[in-house]
Write a protein that binds this ligand. Sequence first.
Ligand SMILES: NC(=O)c1ccc[n+]([C@@H]2O[C@H](COP(=O)([O-])OP(=O)(O)OC[C@H]3O[C@@H](n4cnc5c(N)ncnc54)[C@H](O)[C@@H]3O)[C@@H](O)[C@H]2O)c1
Length: 361
Amino acid sequence: MASGSSVVRMAVIGAGFMGSQHIGFIRESSRAELVAVVDPRAAVLGEVGCPTFGETVSMLREVQPDAVVVANPNAAHVETAEVCIREGAAVLLEKPVAGSYASALRLVGAVERYRARLLVGHHRRHHPAIARARAGIRAGEFGSIIAVSGLWAARKDDAYFTDTPWHSEPGAGVTLMNVVHDLDLLRHLCGEPVEVQAMSSSHARGLDVEDTVSLNLRFDNGAVGSFLASDAGVSPWGWDQATEETSAFPFIPDTDAYRIVGTRGALSMPDLAAYTYDTAVSPDWHSPLSRTYLSAGPGNSFLRQLDHFIDVAVGAAEPLVSAADASRTLALVEATALSARTGKTVDLLRFRDALAATAQR
Ligand SMILES: NC(=O)c1ccc[n+]([C@@H]2O[C@H](COP(=O)([O-])OP(=O)(O)OC[C@H]3O[C@@H](n4cnc5c(N)ncnc54)[C@H](O)[C@@H]3O)[C@@H](O)[C@H]2O)c1
């Protein structure tokens, strides 16, 4: 559609937990109109205020939306996105970009071939605190980044696994379902990881997928980092509890999810508490330490993501998270799983090259 058009006609594909939220966000937007919903369970969806379809192709042909939000199970992402971009629709594709790095590369090829407008739904990058933190890190406000640590832990309800079988099957698990967001943000904030080491456990839930993971990263700029996650335990720590992004999680205002240590300062996020030594000359660990809170405007990541997606759809912006970019996050998730299985450090460049070579055969 032309960039001057006022309202983007948008369909949602997959109307489960996340798709229903996208339906709500689209309804809130004055720049988008919900024109169709696709879900094999269309018959039980109830009133959504627009035509519903059981599968994507007939919806695309009949409704010809300008843009689609794809929020179906991970394994269906690439096939669905390919069908949509072939029909000329802009795509907001939920994370992870694909069920595997190899299939993500196929999508990257299709995006290039069709010159498609595709944004991957790593929504946290759109949060005002993350935008502020990234700008500060890039401007050297904290000196050179030396280290980063992060934590995401919460106890998922048992129905999350029993009612939605794919949540406990290979292709899900806390790393791919949740940590993928954190790894994407660590890449966005700290640079490209070059090595990963991991340990994982399925001890707490006893499922085929891991419920807990601990991982170490080395970044291309020399920084190192660690991240710990679990979907089986009680905790106030993690992005979802530290922000008011969705009412589905309790908000704990004084917690954080990530801490970055630099040569001139430190920063926790998303609360944006910045720490520096108060002494101008030769500051060191004996110097007084001051804390100030950086300011970032208000804003919800999902609504800002939708606004950005509309800009991408009308050709007014390049995607903040492209398929190629999100593929690297997915490769990092797969490398984490490999390291956890083998107990070995994984070199990410070699790992991606090996997977790409296999995918081409
Ligand atoms: N960005 C986030 O914070 C976030 C949060 C949760 C889930 N997600 C992502 O959203 C996607 C959906 O997750 P969910 O938790 O909502 O799952 P869900 O199982 O609740 O919903 C998926 C829906 O897709 C439907 N579906 C299945 N196959 C389909 C197909 N071929 N075409 C259209 N619809 C189909 C199912 O009937 C179901 O209603 C996943 O990729 C997940 O990783 C993102």
